[in-house]
Every structure is written in structure tokens, then in C-alpha cells.
Design a protein around this ligand. Structure first.
Ligand SMILES: O=C(O)[C@@H](O)[C@@H](O)[C@H](O)[C@H](O)CO
Ligand SMILES: [Fe+2]
Length: 358
């Protein structure tokens, strides 16, 4: 496996590449261009600049998270073909700079959803949490306002205030998009771009829905084993692949995360993994926990063992972390707890690896 760390760029992240470089075992940075509007082609000059910054700091840039998908593609509007052509051009441009994996999601309207961005835990740290009963009573505008108000001034990916202004109109466009239509639109997208991915050797890695269930009446098609299997079968190519996010999938207690890893990573369909722990609180509620297995509901040892057993050699990163030691910053993306997560994942991996050779 290759350990990586997500970084939001010099203007949008108060963590420096110098700090990331000092986390033992981190070889790569997972990055993106945040100033290119969704749907537009990523310019080579900007990709080159991002790559140069990261390489100057002694790390590599081989994974992009995310090149977001324009809603017209998810809705299936006639304008989608132009956006798909742009996406292909972005793939070609990224390939020139050695990018191997593009992480993306196919969630309508929103990226991940939480109802609290800073819940205080008994140890004084803060974490992100999800309460289904709040989602059931809130409307999407209320949710967007609460995310904006709680995010310490950072723009949360997928929650850009500009986009949120057009929320009502966007919801209206999704009115007749059900799960079937959304999957047909994903298939259309994949059939169009995977040949380009094969040619330029870039793997598309879809991120699961977070939480993995419908919210605000919007369809969700990346929730569980059946969904993931349907997606990898839409276009049967190793370039049509998954980002195996243990937290997102694990938010549904019915998902057996190590089994999902064994199945899909065992079939070479997982070039990228997000590993984090979450704690089930009942009634579909959960909060994000420290990576250590005993702090949450997921068995991180079994998760890493599953990756090791199938010979996983992809990119991996800790996902969200709590805010600890007084750190303030982008919710979920502080330095300290994610660095602790990396140390723990590396420790598990070394132990599992050495035990397997003994
Ligand atoms: O929860 C997170 O912060 C990430 O895992 C997602 O936002 C992820 O980057 C996107 O869904 C992928 O497009
Ligand atoms: Fe994730």
C-alpha cells in the first residue's frame, strides 16, 4: 500500500506540505484544483503547479480527489455530452502529469452530510456526527446554512455557498431522477469515459455515498455490496473502480466492511482506500471516532488484514480525523488526528505483514 494524505492546497489548507512530509510513511499527497468550476477542463498549467509544489516538498501527486461530476451528467440532461467531453480532456491532461487515480462521487446535489461538525467527545476532542432525526426534520436549505455556519470559514467540498444558492432549482431538476435513472446516467458516463481512462491509464474510483442511504428524497446508488457490484459490472474494466471508504460504508451496520474489501480489492477494483472508524449510536445515528478499533464500531485490524490478505497495493489515506490538542481548522481535516491515524494504520500493516511472513 502507499500511504497518502489529503491536502487542500496552499490557499485553502492551513496545514503545510512541510508538516505532511514529517508524518512517518507518507509518500503521496491527494490533491485537487479547487478553483476550477465543476464541469470545466482542468488546465495543464494549474495541474503542473500543484504537482511541482508537492514534489518540491518531497512527495508525489498520483491521486486526485475529486474531479467532481457536473449535476447535468447525474440528471442526464442533453448538455451532459459537452461536460463528458470536458471530463475526458481533464483525464488526458491529468495523465500527462502522472496521475493514476481519480476519486469521484455520484451523489446528487450534496457531497457527504453531517448534522454536527464539532460534537464534543468525553475526552474533550471534537468530531463530526450525524443524527437522522435532525435530517428528517430539516430542509436542504437549513442543512446548507448549518454546514456553512459550522465550518470555521472553510468551504466544505460539495457545499460551495454559490451552488447552495441554487438549491431549490437543483432539487426541481432531480424531481424525476430515481435510483434507476441515476444508475443509467452513471452507466452512460462510465461507458463514455472508461475507454479514455484505459488509453491514458487512469483509474476512476467512485466514492460511496455518505451516509449510505437516501436523504431529502434524493436517490443514492453507492450504498452497499449490491450497488458496488452493479457499478463495477457496468463497464467491466479495472479502470472502472472503487474508492473503498470504510467510514461511509461502515455507517450502515449491515455492511460487512472487511468482506467488501475482500471481494472488491480481491478482484483488483480498489485502487484507493479511505480508512476511518465510526461509532454507531442506534437509529441510524453515528459519530466519527478515532481510528483505534476500540474507539468505534469498526474493527480496523480486520479491515487492514483484509487489505493485506488480498495483496492490496493501492493508495490509502486516513479519512476524517477529530480535532484534538486544541487544533482548529477545516472540520474533519486537521493534522494531528489524521497523523495519529496514519501511525496506527502503518503499525497494523507492519505487524500483519511481518506475521504473514513468519
Ligand atoms: O468525506 C469526505 O471528506 C470525502 O471522503 C468525500 O468528500 C470525498 O472526497 C468525495 O465524496 C469524493 O468525491
Ligand atoms: Fe471517504
Amino acid at each position: 500500500m502507499q500511504m497518502t494524505f489529503r491536502w487542500f492546497g496552499p490557499d485553502d489548507d492551513k496545514i503545510t506540505l512541510g508538516q505532511v512530509r514529517q508524518i512517518p510513511g507518507v509518500e503521496g499527497v491527494v490533491g485537487a484544483l479547487y478553483d476550477v468550476p465543476v464541469g470545466e477542463v482542468w488546465p495543464k498549467a494549474k495541474i503542473a503547479q500543484l504537482k511541482a509544489q508537492i514534489e518540491e516538498a518531497g512527495m508525489s501527486l498520483e491521486v486526485i480527489e475529486s474531479v467532481n461530476i457536473h449535476d447535468d451528467i447525474k440528471i442526464g440532461l442533453p448538455s451532459r455530452d459537452a461536460y463528458i467531453e470536458n471530463y475526458k480532456e481533464t483525464i488526458r491532461n491529468l495523465s500527462e502529469f502522472g496521475i493514476k487515480v481519480i476519486c469521484y462521487n455520484f451523489m446528487p446535489v450534496f457531497d457527504w452530510v453531517r448534522t454536527e461538525l464539532a460534537r464534543t467527545l468525553p475526552d474533550g476532542s471534537t468530531t463530526m456526527a450525524y443524527d437522522q432525526s435532525i435530517v428528517d426534520t430539516m430542509d436542504p436549505e437549513g442543512m446548507a446554512a448549518s454546514v456553512e455556519g459550522d465550518s470555521n470559514g472553510y468551504v466544505m467540498p460539495g457545499w460551495e455557498p454559490e451552488r447552495m444558492k441554487g438549491l431549490k432549482a437543483l432539487f426541481a431538476q432531480y424531481a424525476d431522477v430515481d435510483e434507476k435513472k441515476l444508475s443509467d446516467n452513471l452507466r452512460y458516463f462510465l461507458e463514455a469515459i472508461i475507454p479514455t481512462c484505459e488509453k491514458y491509464d487512469i483509474k476512476m474510483a467512485i466514492h460511496p455515498d455518505d451516509p449510505p442511504r437516501p436523504i431529502f428524497g434524493l436517490p443514492r446508488i453507492v450504498k452497499n455490496f449490491d450497488d458496488l457490484k452493479a457499478i463495477v459490472e457496468m463497464v467491466d474494466s479495472p479502470h472502472n473502480a472503487l474508492t473503498l471508504c470504510t467510514g461511509s460504508l461502515g455507517e450502515n451496520p449491515e455492511n460487512d466492511v472487511p468482506a467488501l474489501i475482500r471481494y472488491f480489492a480481491g478482484r483488483d477494483r480498489v485502487p484507493f482506500a479511505h480508512v476511518r472508524n465510526i461509532k454507531h449510536l442506534g437509529n441510524d445515528n453515528f459519530e466519527e471516532a478515532a481510528h483505534l478499533s476500540e474507539m468505534g464500531s469498526l474493527d480496523i485490524y480486520e479491515i487492514m488484514k483484509a487489505f493485506h490478505d488480498v495483496g492490496f497495493d493501492g493508495y490509502i489515506r486516513p479519512d476524517h480525523g477529530r480535532m484534538i490538542w486544541g487544533e482548529t481548522g477545516r472540520p474533519g481535516y486537521g493534522l494531528y488526528d489524521r497523523a495519529l491515524g496514519i501511525a496506527y494504520l502503518n503499525g497494523l500493516w507492519e505487524a500483519i505483514d511481518k506475521a504473514s511472513r513468519a
